[in-house]
Write a protein that binds this ligand. Structure first.
Ligand code: SF4
Length: 465
């Protein structure tokens, strides 16, 4: 019978059905980092338990690492303590840690794919909401809480509620200056920030099929912002080409055998879905959030809705009917697990090449991993950013959530390529976040205000595809 990828992967990893209706799922890959593990390891130790499968567990450091000066010990004592605890726990349990001096450190959702750890047909868990990113490869990937991190460490299993599947088809071609970020912001705007509750989102259609793996990761990354428990794209030749030769991907004949199995895990033609939604790519425009959740967004050339949430308007200092375009910004941030991959940096650099950041704007680029940073430097992108007046930082989560020195101050407004615009998300309780694509952030940094990247970028710059 025709089946979906979600169902196939779920069935292949089911250990047993639990009496309460949940499924005990085997977890193929457990990614861990410094923030959600210290307590989980403490709970494990308190029960005298070890790590069931250290060989399926990989650690890195991302949330708390400073991005300006990454020498140890960190100046922030709490950050240093967290990293030391992770190092201790990894040593004690034989877990591979991709530390600052490894050359492979970075945001957990950036390094998993780039090292080939993330593969189709897998179940993946990580103590971070944006684990859905890994679904871009046709994996079923869940963000989990601290007590679930403990459970996976101890048993390599998770107790999960069954999920429905919503197929979201994006048809046609994206316009100039419209990126994967705009597509997912539009999906969340249409379906709502709670619309995905109880679902996994399957992204499909020719617009998704044409996307690179980086773009698919941006889409899947924000599934959780629409409340979907997971998001995925069926694996195809683009997926296999990306994985070929990666450090942890199967090599030689094993790779060919793996692609046959990976292909078999894709949703079958004629599979039935619990819900189906269609979007026309041509209808999607460069998008920017105006509110305090990622569903509160508008096309950059569109006014705020007349029925806009008054609490969000008051916090952000906007009025219904107003345009976000023209809003003066204080900070421009290109970074995060949504948009800090090499292609994101390339798009931002194309927009700003030969220009200068507005004098009143603090602008920073924080590559998603050490590998992204090195690759960007090989292409000379660091020079493009530095010459324009951006700061060029070390890899980490940085200003996405401000658990490190990179933070907004007071009522500052930040044009950000990250994924959350909640009150206080960027470190200041009153700071304001406008989510947008990296190209839009770059344009805003130079203009000093929110602009439409289609009108801002020089005509000879081919934006997007
Ligand atoms: S970049 Fe932001 S969303 Fe992504 S893992 Fe780091 S803190 Fe979480």
């Amino acid at each position: 019978m025709a089946s979906t990828l979600l169902r196939k992967v779920w069935d292949a990893h089911t250990v047993r059905r639990l009496p309460n209706g949940q499924t005990q799922l085997f977890v193929g890959l457990h990614l861990i980092h410094e923030v959600t593990t210290p307590q989980a390891f403490d709970m494990l130790h308190a029960r005298g338990l070890g790590v069931a499968m250290p060989e399926r567990t990989i650690a890195t450091v991302d949330h708390i690492v400073p991005t300006r000066d990454q020498r140890r010990p960190f100046l922030d004592v709490m950050a240093e303590d967290m990293l030391s605890a992770l190092e201790r726990n990894c040593r004690a349990h034989g877990i591979r840690l991709l530390d600052i001096d490894s050359g492979q450190q970075g945001i957990v959702h950036v390094i998993g794919p780039e090292l080939g750890l993330t593969q189709p047909g897998m179940t993946i868990a990580c103590g971070d909401s944006h684990t859905s990113t890994h679904g871009a490869f046709g994996a079923v990937a869940f963000g989990i809480g601290t007590s679930q991190v403990r459970d996976v460490l101890a048993s390599q299993c998770l107790a999960m509620e069954p999920l429905k599947v919503r197929r979201i088809e994006v048809r046609g071609r994206l316009g100039r200056g419209v990126y994967a970020k705009d597509v997912i912001l539009e999906i969340i705007r249409r379906l709502g920030v709670k619309g995905g509750a109880g679902y996994a989102y399957e992204y499909a259609g020719d617009a998704i099929a044409r996307m690179s793996m980086d773009e698919r990761m941006t889409i899947c990354n924000m599934s959780i912002e629409g409340a979907a428990r997971a998001g995925y794209v069926n694996p195809d030749e683009t997926t296999f080409a990306y994985l070929r030769g990666r450090a942890f991907a199967p090599q030689g004949d094993a790779f060919e055998r793996a692609t046959a199995w990976w292909s078999s895990m894709a949703s079958d033609p004629g599979a039935s879905y619990d819900d189906e939604v269609v979007l026309e790519a041509a209808d999607i425009r460069p998008t920017v959030t105006w509110g305090i959740n990622p569903g509160q967004s508008v096309a950059v050339d569109e006014p705020l809705p007349s029925n806009a949430d008054p609490e969000a308007l008051a916090f952000m200092g906007f009025a219904a009917g107003q345009h976000v375009r023209g809003t003066k910004i204080d900070v421009a941030f290109v970074g995060s697990c949504t948009n800090a991959r090499l292609s994101d940096l390339r798009e931002a650099a194309r927009v700003i090449r030969g220009q200068r950041v507005a004098p009143h704007v603090k602008a920073l680029v924080v590559p998603g991993s050490q590998a992204v940073r090195a690759a960007a430097e090989r292409e000379g992108l660091d020079r493009v950013f530095l010459d324009a007046g951006f700061e060029w930082r070390g890899a980490g989560c940085s200003m996405c959530l401000a658990m490190n020195p990179d933070r907004l101050e007071g009522r500052e407004i930040c044009a950000s390529s990250s994924n959350r615009n909640f009150k206080g998300r960027q470190g200041s309780p009153t700071g304001r976040t406008l989510l947008m694509s990296p190209a839009m952030v770059a344009a805003a940094a130079v203009a000093g205000e929110v602009v439409d990247v289609r009108q801002f970028a020089p005509a000879e710059v081919v934006l997007g595809r």
